[in-house]
Design a protein around this ligand. Structure first.
Ligand code: PEP
Length: 250
């Protein structure tokens, strides 16, 4: 079963509403390959205007986080129904910056993932080991544990539509990426972990690589058999760099 590549831009805490709309307009002008799905994940404040700017295009909209409750007294939080109403299809969950700076845990990520499915949002689950864990030879253990914990209660059908991003923490925003071969190996491990519970559903799960992907190294990752595209941070803020990365996934 072939998996349609996905390249998603994680804009993090960048871009005002006007900046976001301008970037989307630039992306819309670029000739993007039809066989690659493209998504952009602007900050919350720019979601609704981004959805309007994307109307009629094939580029999908995603958010960078959400809370697990649908509504209530949770000051500062954003819910799944709010994201759906703003036009989102995807939501990034468990990004290492959320885990590192905002006390996100495997348990909270699992809860948010279940909520995303309950509201027909497609989660982009991020997993990744820290440098210390890699140096201690614990990469496979950490990745297996994060993957298991986040997906333990998902059905086969949900695993089929899930998107996972393998993002080694030491490679995010550092200019230091994994090798294509190593990323492919770890992504193969993630697929086996998912398959351990849900059998062949995981053959359809799209698993992306993320961590300092650039137009220069994208082909090295996207040419690997287990890698189904990328989650792109820094390079997604620039239309020409992001477009070049999307084209490398063709
Ligand atoms: C990310 O934050 O998801 C990411 C991959 O960032 P960068 O591409 O900047 O390393």
């Amino acid at each position: 079963m072939s998996r349609r590549p996905l390249v998603a831009g994680n804009w993090k805490m960048h871009k005002t509403v006007a900046d976001a709309v301008r970037l989307i307009e630039d992306l819309r002008k670029a000739a993007l390959p039809a066989n690659v799905e493209v998504a952009v994940c602007p900050p919350f404040t720019a979601l609704a205007d981004s959805a309007r700017a994307l109307a009629g295009s094939t580029i999908a909209l995603g958010a960078q986080n959400m809370f697990w409750e649908a509504q209530g007294a949770f000051t500062g939080e954003i819910s799944a129904p709010m994201l759906v109403a703003a036009g989102c299809r995807y939501v990034i969950l468990g990004h290492s910056e959320r885990r590192q700076f905002f006390a996100e845990t495997d348990a909270s990520v699992a809860r948010k993932i279940r909520t995303a499915y309950a509201h027909d949002l497609v989660p982009i689950l991020c997993v990744g080991e820290r440098l210390k864990e890699r140096e201690a030879g614990r990469t496979d253990h950490v990745i297996s544990e994060q993957t298991e914990a986040a997906t333990a209660e998902l059905s086969g059908e949900q695993v089929r539509t899930l998107v996972v991003a393998y993002e080694p923490v030491w490679a995010i925003g550092t200019g230091r990426s994994a090798t294509g071969e190593e990323a492919n190996r770890v992504i193969g491990l993630i697929r086996r972990v998912l398959g351990g519970r849900t059998g062949d559903a995981s053959a359809q799960t799209r698993i992306l690589y993320g961590g300092s992907v650039t137009p220069d190294n994208a082909a090295e990752f996207f040419g690997q058999p287990e890698i189904d595209g990328g989650l792109i941070g820094g390079a997604s803020l620039d239309a020409s760099k992001f477009t070049a990365i999307v084209r490398a996934a063709r």
